[in-house]
Design a protein around this ligand. Structure first.
Ligand code: NAP
Length: 359
């Protein structure tokens, strides 16, 4: 255990998102990975043994985790002992995840969650640090509701919304009325690699379970208002989403059409994107990209292979802004789903929660 850094546990450490966590947290200036957990199948092995032949990233397994033991998360109290907080990214049933995360919060260990189990709860914030950092205040209400002093759950939103919500947020002052979005989502979003998924090669699957509903509702919560007791979702914007699985390894693309209540020019929109400096940049958080939004001028960008890693996978790239025949404008945008949309977004959220005094 570290005395100078916060000791963090990773639950689901052997999975795709968990593998991103162990690589992103190597040499993190504020957080030290103290414990790893997964299912009973991985427990009792070292991390290296448990992910041998299934380490999915293009990177080597970091040396610092190779010999760490993997705990069975069913032994929750033993795992949580000595931890300052946990990241949780598990492939379990929603009901099981709810029981697990609530148990951890009630053991007074904060949970920064990649899972959707609690995202709909009014006292659980879903945070994109550059967009709604103030929503963390609801943690005080949540602690009262759970009866905890330190423990809470803060969630990261669904990966699919993290390209178009960042692009649309700075345009909200022009009165966004309607959004139609189609997402083209990478296979890593299902925890898989292309080589193990022959059915997606040369193919497009027009269905990802539960994804369209989350893509339509979660942006409204991110843009929601904090009242004394709840986060109330925005009601003034209509969103229609279609979500497709495509043969891409990393990077979720979104094709967006949008109508505004007030007039805005193309030049103004690009200028707003290019000059946007999120409020949290004042904190100089270690995982924040130098530039949050980047407009790419070439007609054939953004592309997952060329642009998903912008800002170390934490930046959002946007392109092809043009007028539309039905809506006002349409454009494309892209984010790295397992970094910005999963582990990296969660690490940035934890950094924010630390400077805000919640961790
Ligand atoms: N992939 C993405 O881009 C992405 C983005 C945002 C959010 N998420 C969310 O993050 C979570 C994990 O996704 P993933 O893609 O990393 O999935 P994954 O690769 O399938 O990994 C699943 C992890 O969950 C563990 N697990 C499965 N059943 C368990 C059980 N009964 N008890 C304890 N641990 C169990 C696995 O452990 P074993 O190895 O021991 O089986 C593994 O560590 C999901 O909720 C997903 O929706 C994923």
């Amino acid at each position: 255990m570290s005395e100078s850094k916060l000791n963090v546990g990773i639950i689901g450490a052997t999975g795709y998102v968990g593998q991103r966590f162990v690589t992103l947290l190597e040499n993190h200036p504020w957080f030290s990975v103290a414990k790893l957990a997964a299912s009973a199948n991985s427990a009792g092995k070292t991390y290296e043994e448990s992910v041998r032949n299934r380490f999915k990233l293009e990177l080597p397994i970091p040396e610092y985790v190779k010999n760490m033991p993997v705990y069975d998360i069913a032994e929750t109290a033993e795992f949580c002992d000595g931890l300052d907080f946990v990241f949780c990214a598990v492939n379990m049933r929603k009901g099981e995840i709810r029981v697990l995360e609530e148990k951890i919060a009630k053991l007074e260990v904060p949970v920064v969650s990649n899972n959707s189990a609690f995202r709909e709860r009014e006292d659980v914030p879903i945070i994109i640090p550059e967009i709604n950092p103030e929503h963390s205040k609801i943690i005080e209400v949540q602690r009262k509701n759970w009866g905890t002093k330190r423990g809470f759950i803060a969630a990261k939103p669904n990966c699919s919304i993290q390209s178009y919500v960042p692009a649309l947020t700075p345009l909200r002052s022009y009165g966004i009325d309607k959004i139609s979005v189609c997402t083209y989502q990478a296979i890593s979003g299902a925890g898989k690699v292309l080589a193990d998924t022959p059915e997606i090669l040369g193919n497009v699957v027009p269905f990802i379970g539960g994804e369209e509903e989350k893509s339509e509702s979660e942006p409204l919560k991110v843009w929601g208002t904090l009242t004394g007791e709840a986060i109330v979702s925005a009601k003034d914007i209509a969103i229609s989403a279609q979500c497709y699985r495509v043969p891409v390894q990393e990077g979720h693309t979104a094709a967006v059409s949008v109508t505004f209540n007030n007039k805005i020019t193309k030049g103004k929109i690009i200028n707003i994107w290019e000059s946007y400096v999120p409020e949290i940049y004042k904190y100089k958080l270690p995982s924040a990209p130098k530039k949050f939004l980047t407009y790419l001028d070439k007609d054939n960008r953004p592309q997952p292979l060329l642009d998903a890693n912008i800002g170390n996978g934490m930046g959002i790239s946007i392109g092809r802004l043009r007028e539309d025949n039905i809506f006002d404008y349409k454009f494309a945008c892209l984010s790295h789903n397992t970094i910005r949309g999963a582990a990296g977004g969660a690490v940035l959220t934890a950094e924010l929660l630390k400077v805000q005094g919640y961790l």
